[in-house]
Ligand binder design. Structure first.
Ligand SMILES: *[C@@H]1O[C@H](CO)[C@@H](O)[C@H](O)[C@H]1NC(C)=O
Ligand SMILES: *[C@@H]1O[C@H](CO)[C@@H](O)[C@H](O)[C@H]1NC(C)=O
Ligand SMILES: *[C@@H]1O[C@H](CO)[C@@H](O)[C@H](O)[C@H]1NC(C)=O
Ligand SMILES: *[C@@H]1O[C@H](CO)[C@@H](O)[C@H](O)[C@H]1NC(C)=O
Length: 306
């Protein structure tokens, strides 16, 4: 056990488009992937790194624009994948290409009893729906900067994700407005129900509504250790922009921590490792320093990569 824990590594995939142009220090960051003028930038919001670290993981950034062979090597060295939030094209971006490579590798690995979990947050949730269905089935909702209580479906009680959450926390999640929503697009319950691939693959655990459309806010795959939240558990403890939808109450922080500890404990079931310590050292996030972007930025700190 000690050995597995010692070499335990989680990973993030990068995106190269920042959803928060306002406070950007680096103008080229506003470029979108595929834009011929793009400067080859990518970033990770530091909140995702802290979120995983707080639950006992170490983080390896996965950089976009690498070869398939390089991604296979990374896949075989890490224990799980977190697809973060952002604002890239879910079918044409580098982020989507890299996500698909890891998703396909994870399906194959899990089929071969090599347990490999994936967690998708916000855009990561949306990317998973595109990867599973092969289509973009999202619809616009009025859900930018709003905190909501989760409307749990009865199946949530026995879900892998929620079944070990303390009762008082589940009650807070269902009664208090503590899940931060910062998305323009959502998977409606209607489109989910009409798509056989999605319906077969994912079990809905909670929904929400913008007053017009009911959408899926939490789900987990039936047969794979894949989890998706449309809300942002990493924001409550680690992001500080003063906006509606940001919540820092004890129950919000607790919810954040329980989702992280759940996902990291899933990753601890995986036994991939780097070929040796020097490869591991080179890959870790500690080789990079986060940049403070200011309290007015949607991400208080970002890591930047070539
Ligand atoms: C990725 O590579 C493509 C060309 O293959 C290039 O157009 C694009 O700017 C690169 N993006 C990044 C973020 O490096
Ligand atoms: C269903 O998906 C389509 C895209 O295929 C989208 O245009 C439409 O708005 C979605 N409808 C609902 C109700 O989510
Ligand atoms: C909490 O969320 C509900 C939607 O479920 C909404 O009706 C209510 O206005 C919200 N309360 C606050 C204080 O934002
Ligand atoms: C570590 O592994 C890499 C890749 O397999 C190899 O190139 C390198 O020489 C190894 N380094 C040590 C110190 O064993």
């Amino acid at each position: 056990m000690g050995h597995i824990f010692a070499s335990f590594i989680i990973v993030l995939v990068l995106t190269s488009l920042c959803m928060c142009a306002r406070a950007d220090r680096v103008p080229a960051q506003e470029n979108i992937p595929g834009d011929s003028h793009a400067q080859g930038f990518s970033y990770i919001a530091a909140s995702y790194v802290k979120y995983l670290e707080a639950a006992g993981a170490r983080v390896v950034p996965i950089r976009i624009n690498r070869t398939y062979e390089e991604y296979v090597k990374i896949f075989n060295s890490i224990n799980g994948l977190l697809l973060p939030g952002g604002d890239v094209d879910l079918q044409k971006s580098e982020f989507s290409r890299v996500s698909k490579i890891f998703y396909d590798l994870a399906i194959k690995a899990n089929d071969a009893l090599d347990y490999f979990p994936i967690w998708g947050t916000c855009q990561g949730f949306q990317q998973l729906t595109v990867l599973t269905s092969g289509k973009n089935l999202l619809t616009l909702t009025d859900t930018k900067a709003v905190a909501l209580p989760l409307a749990f479906v009865p199946a949530a009680q026995n879900s892998r994700l929620f079944k070990n959450f303390p009762k008082d926390l589940l009650q807070s999640l269902s009664e208090e407005n503590i899940t931060s929503n910062f998305h323009s697009w959502s998977l409606s319950v209607q489109n989910y129900s009409r798509n056989a691939k999605l319906k077969r693959f994912y079990k809905v655990l909670s929904t929400n509504t913008d007053g017009r459309r009911e959408f899926i806010s939490t789900m987990e795959a039936y047969r794979y250790p894949f989890y998706a939240v449309q809300w942002h558990p990493e924001k409550s403890p680690f992001e500080w922009i003063d906006k509606p939808g940001m919540t820092h109450t004890p129950s919000a922080i607790k919810a954040s921590f329980y989702t992280a500890i759940f996902f990291v404990s899933e990753a601890m079931k995986n036994q991939h490792q780097f070929p040796n310590i020097s490869e591991e050292e080179k890959a870790l996030i500690y080789n990079f320093a986060p940049v403070y972007k200011g309290l007015g930025s949607i991400f208080v700190q970002n890591y930047y990569f070539d």
